[in-house]
Ligand binder design. Structure first.
Ligand code: ZLV
Ligand code: CA
Ligand code: ZN
Length: 393
């Protein structure tokens, strides 16, 4: 109906489950799993499922989660109940185990189920890439980049990205991990800190004292010991409030282009956190849907097998716009996609504006000052290019 047909010569798979979307972190918590329903609904109203292989995913098994996470952490995650939540007044000294039950990572009903489905989605995506049944595999329910081996962090309990990359490493010699969420991809960086088989690159707002998680300085490029294989294989792109599409795209292409030439990855894992969009409840950047999508388009143009992960994104209508647009890029339908949200789209009124591409004026109540100077952005590019000289060619 929208001229959307199967791309010739390659396959895109979409991995999701409506089960995941039923979970709630709590009334005031910014993470809303329901944004995945809104995304799927927009993807469907544009007719995109006809152009993809659609899979309803399963829960990851304990053994699969155990490939990265510690057994004692998983055991606690399985049994922890919302009642175990430390309550400040009644229980001021109650220990918060594994960083669970605080306000960022609350214990909610069905938590383990939610985590294992997110991981199941991303593992299925990785397996389709390994078996070469998919060229691009989409897992918007994944992308939970802060989770650590023994600890929950920043709304993330299970690191589905690490689990998926571990799968890719069975087949592919080198994996490039790229993270465009507004927060630093610390959990993934840490997991692959000591290997040269994964290069991690995160673009994020960096303000150590006041913006989560506070890591990811330009100079942090992996282990300082040159004999450690991971040295120079972590790239950080620290940014300030208000970065624009034009600046971000130029930076992204210059950095990813140079990394691709030097590191020659055999597969890409791209975390597409949508909290880097203008008007995000937690984010600080001025990116439009087009600018965010341009990163996906550029990665696709490299012609490597790729997984697209979700991640942050706290203004659900914009999350759905970005991930629906990026789905259209994956299937090569972005040039034909009508800008007006289809008449019959469920939740159409929820989008406020009927366009897939709101202007900055439509996204922001007041304009956000751009605090990224051209001089600083040039310094960042120069530093990254210098780091790459240490990477084996
Ligand atoms: O998008 O949180 O700042 C991937 C992702 O990257 C903090 N957390 C920590 C450090 C001290 N705290 C504050 C505790 C706040 C607890 C509740 C919120 C509630 C309402 C509105 C905003 C927040 C919030 N929390 C904003 N930023 C935080 C960060 C965690 C950010 C995680 C980003 C996750 C999915
Ligand atoms: Ca990031
Ligand atoms: Zn984020």
């Amino acid at each position: 109906e929208y001229g959307i047909s199967r791309p010739k010569g390659y396959t895109v798979s979409y991995h999701a489950t409506p089960e995941m979307e039923k979970h709630h972190f709590g009334q005031t918590h910014p993470m809303k799993p329901w944004r995945l329903t809104l995304t799927k609904s927009l993807v469907t109203s544009y007719g995109m499922p006809f152009a993809m292989d659609n899979y309803v995913t399963r829960e990851a098994t304990y053994e699969e989660l155990n490939a990265f996470h510690g057994g004692d952490y998983l055991d606690y995650l399985i049994t922890a109940a919302p009642e175990d939540q430390p309550r400040d007044i009644e229980n001021p000294d109650k220990e918060v185990k594994y960083n669970l039950g605080g306000s960022d990572c609350p214990l909610f009903h069905g938590l383990y189920n939610y985590c294992s489905m997110s991981a199941g989605c991303s593992l299925d995506a990785a397996r389709k890439i390994c078996s070469k049944q998919s060229d691009i595999a989409i897992t918007w329910g994944g992308g939970l980049h802060h989770a650590k081996k023994y600890e929950a962090s920043g709304f993330c309990y299970i690191n589905d990205i690490v689990l998926a990359i571990l799968q890719l490493l069975r087949i592919y010699p080198r994996v490039l991990y790229i993270d465009i969420d507004v927060h630093h991809g610390d959990g993934v960086e840490e997991a692959f800190f000591s290997t040269d088989r994964v290069m991690t690159v995160s673009f994020h707002k960096y303000q150590p004292e006041s913006f989560f998680p506070g890591t990811g300085a330009l100079e942090d490029n992996g282990p300082k010991n040159e004999h450690n294989a991971g040295a120079h294989h972590a790239i950080n792109v620290p940014l300030q409030d208000g970065i624009t599409d034009e600046q971000y795209e130029a930076l992204f292409q210059s950095i990813i282009g140079a990394i691709n030439e030097r590191y020659r990855p055999s597969a890409i894992a791209l975390q597409c956190g949508a909290d880097s969009l203008a008007g995000d409840r937690l984010g600080r950047f001025n990116l439009r849907v087009q600018g965010h999508g341009a990163c996906v388009k550029y990665c696709k143009s490299l012609g490597l097998p790729m997984i697209l992960f979700g991640g942050g994104g706290y203004t659900p209508r914009n999350v759905a716009r970005a991930w629906a647009y990026e789905t259209s890029i994956a299937i090569g339908a972005d040039a034909n996609i009508p800008e007006t949200i289809p008449e019959h789209a469920p939740w159409r009124e929820h989008f406020v504006h009927d366009t897939l591409f709101p202007s900055l004026e439509q996204s922001l109540h007041e304009p956000r000052h751009n605090r990224n100077s051209e001089k600083r952005l040039r310094e960042i590019v120069t530093h990254v290019h210098e780091q790459l000289r240490f990477v084996a060619h």
